[in-house]
Design a protein around this ligand. Sequence first.
Ligand SMILES: [Cu+2]
Length: 153
Amino acid sequence: MRNPRNLVMLAGLLVTAAPALAHDYKVGPIVIERPWSRATPVKVGGAYMTLRNTGAAPDRLIKVASPAAEKAEIHETKIEGGTAMMRAVGALELKPGATVELKPGGLHLMLMGLERPLKEGESLKLVLTFEKAGTIEVEASVEKAGAPGGHKH
Ligand SMILES: [Cu+2]
């Protein structure tokens, strides 16, 4: 038996259950490609994306934040004496035409004091502020724990 009301309800469920889609974003000449994060059992997480400056002037990522975290920082990872060490970088330079990849084991955004652990399939709001291009809010899709960095070809 086909009850149109049941069909409507089913359609609603399908929409809610659809995984968060990876999006690209643009603010001024800055393109933010495929922001993503990883599921984490703790209240600290990383966020990754590719930043491209398609403009003719240099710009800098100067501030990062997330409504889901107490604190967010730009970090770089360096191998020192065989150990991966992370340190906060004040700002990220984006020269004209530059592509900067934030990925596990390299540059990343560090989220501290998450209000709760991140689960696969969720999306995480990030607020990125560029010195010249301004501020943009992006949604990072949360992938499974231990997911390798992006899908580079
Ligand atoms: Cu870090």
